[in-house]
Ligand binder design. Structure first.
Ligand SMILES: C[S@@+](CC[C@H](N)C(=O)[O-])C[C@H]1O[C@@H](n2cnc3c(N)ncnc32)[C@H](O)[C@@H]1O
Length: 381
């Protein structure tokens, strides 16, 4: 069966696997991973999605005027700031699509001023919507100016047409930058966060928190990583590159202690809140460079039984990998969103660790991206 093709596919560039049947997408990802990683150990069959559509729980729309001064919103054409108007994105949560279209109509009707990045003037730059599996939606209005003319009316209209919106936040971004969000968030309505339920726990999502975009597959990813770690119950576990603590907190009931380390201070703040709202006592979260933290532990000759590491696309660095080897935990589970840097890091680790299993999980249907979980055991021979 041929997958339905998105009308914006030609320009948008977000979904490289447009028009390719889903089973064929999985086959291509599997082949790519086999080529890159099978020299370490056979790559298990990729875990795909039953329904590969409408999985994204976070979507941002960029705003601009067209040549007739009409307000338009959409994604940027890859590598540019030209907007492709999008009515319905087939990988986004359907309610998010609907909320974004509704906001675009409201913004046009109220003539909210749009930010012009060439002259750095105007108000609305982007609208970000995030969702949880509790049917809670968060709207973030990213503005280039602190004030929003007709703010109260705008909020009232958004809530009137979109009752599932539980919170609206203003984020001010006055910089000339391709980053969507600025540093400051101001709740305009509701609590300023929404709460997702994953692996039996609650996780608070605020406008800037890192949270996996495909929650259905995230549950599978985390369960796979935790199962592959084969905990016995008495381990000291490091959750390295821990984000908001989701993996470590999901594993906490299976180990003695979790030590989470993460560079982004707001993610660490969220991890501590997540720990508290779930009543977890055997975890600690620290804001630091993961390599520096591991180096310090290695100097102290700390005893660590297991490490789950989930670095960004660039992979890990030598400082981290050297210290990991010095600390010599029995089990290492590497969660990777980039098989190329994963291969590089495994080439280093294979001298010290036996690579037991490589399990891909398709977190991003219709795109070329794929997540891979690798479990390793310390090789004392
Ligand atoms: C792929 S995310 C994983 C987050 C988390 N494990 C999850 O599943 O939500 C990678 C995380 O590494 C963090 N990070 C990037 N460089 C880092 C570093 N040098 N030390 C510690 N954390 C870092 C990022 O801020 C991000 O939260």
């Amino acid at each position: 069966m041929k997958e339905k093709k998105c009308p914006a596919a030609e320009y948008c560039g977000g979904c490289r696997y447009q028009g390719i049947e889903y089973q064929e997408q999985l086959k291509q990802k599997q082949e790519k991973l086999d080529q890159l990683l099978s020299s370490f150990c056979p790559v298990s069959k990729i875990i795909g999605m039953e329904d590969p559509y409408h999985y994204r729980n976070k979507v941002q729309m960029n705003y601009a005027y067209d040549e007739r001064h009409n307000i338009i919103s959409g994604y940027y054409v890859e590598g540019s700031h030209i907007i492709v108007p999008i009515d319905e994105c087939q990988i986004c949560d359907e309610n998010i699509n609907r909320i974004l279209s509704s906001i675009q109509r409201i913004v046009s009707r109220l003539h909210i001023s749009i930010f012009d990045e060439r002259i750095m003037k105007g108000c609305l730059r982007h609208v970000l919507v995030r969702s949880t599996n509790r049917n809670e939606y968060m709207v973030v209005l990213v503005t280039g100016s602190p004030s929003i003319v007709k703010k109260d009316l705008l909020i009232r209209e958004i809530l009137k047409y979109n009752p599932e919106v539980k919170t609206i936040v203003q984020n001010i971004n006055r910089k000339r930058t391709s980053m969507v969000l600025g540093e400051k968030n101001y709740p305009l309505y509701g609590k300023g966060y929404i709460t997702d339920h994953l692996c039996g726990l609650d996780f608070r999502i605020s406008p800037s928190s890192f949270y996996q975009v495909n929650r259905r597959q995230t549950q599978i990813l985390y369960e796979t990583a935790i199962e592959m770690a084969q905990f016995k119950g008495n381990e000291i576990l490091i959750d390295a590159y821990c984000g908001t603590g989701t993996i470590g907190l999901s594993a906490a009931s299976k180990v003695k202690k979790v030590l989470g380390v993460e560079l982004n201070s707001s993610a660490v703040r969220d991890a501590k809140i997540n720990q508290k709202i779930n009543g977890i006592e055997n975890a600690e979260f620290l804001c630091d460079d993961a390599g520096k933290y591991m180096e310090q532990l290695a100097k102290e000759k700390a005893h660590i039984d297991a490490v789950i590491m989930d670095p960004p696309r660039a992979g890990s660095d030598t400082r981290f990998l050297n210290s990991l080897v010095r600390l010599s935990p029995d089990r290492v589970v590497y969660v990777s969103c980039n098989p190329v840097t994963l291969k590089r890091d495994l080439n280093y680790l294979k001298k010290y660790y036996r690579i037991d299993r490589i399990q891909p999980v398709d977190m991003f249907p219709f795109t070329e991206h794929v997540e891979t979980v690798v479990s390793m055991t310390r090789n004392w021979g």
